[in-house]
Design a protein around this ligand. Sequence first.
Ligand SMILES: NC(=O)C1=CN([C@@H]2O[C@H](COP(=O)(O)OP(=O)(O)OC[C@H]3O[C@@H](n4cnc5c(N)ncnc54)[C@H](OP(=O)(O)O)[C@@H]3O)[C@@H](O)[C@H]2O)C=CC1
Ligand SMILES: O=C(CO)COP(=O)(O)O
Length: 333
Amino acid sequence: MNVAVIGAGSWGTALSQLLGVGGHDVALWARKDEVVASINERHANPRYLSDVTLSERIRATTSYEGALDGADAVVIVTPSSLMRETAQAISAYITDETPVIICSKGVEEGSGLLPVEVFEAEIGGKGRLAVLSGPNHAEEVIKLMFSATVVASSSQETARFFQELFATDTFRTYVSDDTCGVELCAAFKNVIAIAVGLSYGIGYGDNTSALLMTRGLAEMSRLVAACGGNPITCMGLAGTGDLIATCTSEHSRNRRFGEMVAQGKTLDDFTASTHMVAEGALACRTLQTLADMYGVELPITSVVRGVVWEGDDVKQAALDLASRPLKTEFYGI
Ligand SMILES: NC(=O)C1=CN([C@@H]2O[C@H](COP(=O)(O)OP(=O)(O)OC[C@H]3O[C@@H](n4cnc5c(N)ncnc54)[C@H](OP(=O)(O)O)[C@@H]3O)[C@@H](O)[C@H]2O)C=CC1
Ligand SMILES: O=C(CO)COP(=O)(O)O
């Protein structure tokens, strides 16, 4: 297959490698000439995961047309804040039937739309759209360490197409029809990873981390159910799996960002020192938009938003969380 991968950050590079190793020809769109030159001439991305030698099946370009011409499938891996811009940029160069899979994790600011909804609005064809998410740190996937993921689409045919496309003997793919649940889990786990980073950053330990992950999962499930997704998705790879991977991993940018904020650093400091995305910083705002729309309470998300965007004191925020009214663990059951 000829596959166009749009976005040459860590995850776009890792997925290109996976596809190249899987025997596909990859046209990787990057926005910087230096990245394109290095991938084409030295088979390495100079900015992300630069120690890995990339498959010779990967060809890079800064041209959307050059990446998308003749593509049998399109893989979207730009930051979630650029979903609409990316959909608009590719629309002139793909057919009405070309399958498109979105691998970015977030929710559109303002509208509260999920990436797949943004793409549907911009390029149409809900049935050819899919999303991919799971506990998949690029640093490990690119080194072909055994991982698994979920591919979701409203069309079983599209889900199966991408399941086959990405599956290798080190990358196991499961299908789902719950795009809403998978995308909300993806955005949510990043916020909880920031909370865990904040917690370790102020010297709290593993009990606090377990509390945040477990009650974070409860928040995630409430919102998924309210938005029309299947709460069972939260128990799977895209939910619990990715929550564990992100909250406990040395690789997680979101967790690291939380630790930095606890030390008095800002999002700009994080971006300047890593040139990477910490998607949870935006997601704590966008998920709150959805929570307000659907009348769902998200106490941990709200604390993260207050600390990251309003300068709330982390220790005081933790005390406020702890002093909420006492409750039954699973109400409604
Ligand atoms: N890293 C991972 O392990 C995983 C990431 N994801 C998701 O994949 C998505 C992409 O993240 P990731 O690959 O990690 O990115 P990185 O954090 O590794 O790199 C940032 C990427 O964003 C690009 N970028 C930044 N600002 C702009 C802009 N204004 N216009 C166009 N491109 C811009 C950068 O391009 P440039 O280098 O030219 O600045 C670079 O490609 C995110 O939604 C993330 O949550 C999902 C699963 C795993
Ligand atoms: O989504 C990821 C792993 O599944 C990557 O998480 P971070 O963005 O926190 O590094």
